[in-house]
Design a protein around this ligand. Structure first.
Ligand code: TYM
Length: 354
């Protein structure tokens, strides 16, 4: 038995302002993972067309996600940072995956149901096939580990299903092409071309909730700007939003169990813990028994101190975009070269003439 080489892949859509949920659920983890791992981080611009076909300033949005990556500390030399459309092999593999994936699997995707809303007949075919492109994003590099927020869990399970079905359906061809690896999935030995991707979701803030409603995810599309902290918010805005964040009348508990049934308190403690690189238990050890009137100002300080350098650097990078454009161009070239190696093997496996 051998193992796939560890490769970290993740992507962020260039749609709307990045918020604290994107930062804590994804980008902060990207930064931590770059030490000692081969990492590929992608601005998924092709995905941005699935829910909204025409964008006012897609190029600007792509650059601003790349700027957020760099400003947060991702090194574009050690890692690959690029935009998805620069590597057409994603779309090519997605087509093959569209033929592997079953309609029944796609019908179970809760994010499609949420995003399509009531008038599902009017949703784009792209939105429906979105998770198949997402699987291709990862697997075109034979990616093994994917840092994401909790909302992407189902999509990554689908990526595993697609990889597994491809491996089983093409087992003979993979063997003939001599490009597979023997792995075990559960107890089953499988001769695999694609790895079973592992989601990296853990941490104190896998699902950052709205500051106005602890039962709703913090989201770019929430009509209330008070519900989220945007990465481009200044210190005053951050302070105002945290001070106005919904809480209950009780103080903070000393034990983690005391957060049960208190989604708003749980959310703020999780945010503090993630920003401070601590566990929720440690945060409660420090603030247990205190009122929100004490905890909120501490959270404001921590959030401002963590986010303002990133915001400042993003602004600086966005003033003259030649640097960001050069990073994306270089990342695109390196990503294309890697993706082409995979696609040449995939074309052989499926039997295309080349
Ligand atoms: P996107 O652009 O919606 O979000 C980017 C990342 O931010 C995470 N996230 C959150 N984490 C915690 N709390 C929240 N409230 C919150 N909101 C968003 C998301 O989980 C995500 O990690 N489908 C993906 C993009 C994608 C992708 C991929 C990701 C396309 N291809 C391949 C990984 C691998 C998406 O729409 O993320």
């Amino acid at each position: 038995m051998s193992e796939f080489k560890k490769l970290v892949f993740s992507g962020v859509q260039p749609t709307g302002n990045l918020h604290l949920g994107n930062y804590l659920g994804a980008i902060r983890k990207f930064v931590a993972l770059q030490d000692g791992n081969d990492c590929v981080y992608c601005v998924v611009d092709m995905h941005a067309l699935t829910a909204q076909l025409v964008h006012d300033d897609l190029r600007g949005q792509i650059r601003s996600i790349a700027a957020a990556f760099i400003a947060s500390g991702i090194d574009p030399v050690r890692n690959i940072v690029f935009n998805q459309s620069a590597v057409p092999q994603h779309a090519e593999l997605a087509w093959i995956f569209n033929c592997v994936a079953r309609i029944g699997w796609m019908n179970r995707m809760t994010q499609f149901k949420d995003k399509a809303g009531k008038d599902r007949e009017q949703a784009s075919l792209g939105l429906y096939a979105y998770p198949s492109l997402m699987a291709a994003d990862i697997l075109v590099y034979r990616g093994t580990h994917v840092p994401v927020g909790d909302d992407q869990k189902q999509h990554l399970e689908l990526a595993r299903d697609i990889a597994m079905k491809f491996n089983l359906d093409y087992a003979e061809h993979i063997r003939k092409a001599g490009v597979g690896i023997d792995i075990t999935v559960g107890d089953e030995p499988v001769h695999a071309y694609f790895p079973m991707v592992e989601p990296l979701i853990d941490g104190p803030a896998p699902r950052v909730m709205s500051l106005r409603d602890g039962s709703k995810k913090m989201s770019k599309s929430d009509p209330s700007d008070l519900s989220r902290i945007n990465l481009m918010d200044d210190a005053d805005a951050i302070s105002k939003k945290i001070r106005k964040a919904k809480t209950d009348p009780d103080g903070l508990p000393s034990e983690i169990d005391g957060l049960k049934g208190r989604p708003e308190a749980d959310n703020l403690v999780g945010i503090y813990a993630a920003l401070a690189d601590k566990s929720k238990i440690d945060v409660l050890a420090e603030f247990g028994g205190q009122q929100f009137s004490v905890f909120k100002p501490a959270l404001v300080d921590l959030a401002v101190n963590t986010l303002s350098p990133i915001t400042g650097e993003m602004r600086r990078l966005m003033e003259d975009t030649t640097h960001i454009d050069a990073i994306l161009r270089d990342g695109g070239e390196r990503a294309r070269a890697r993706a082409e190696v995979t696609m040449n093997e995939v074309r052989d496996i499926v039997g295309f003439l080349r």
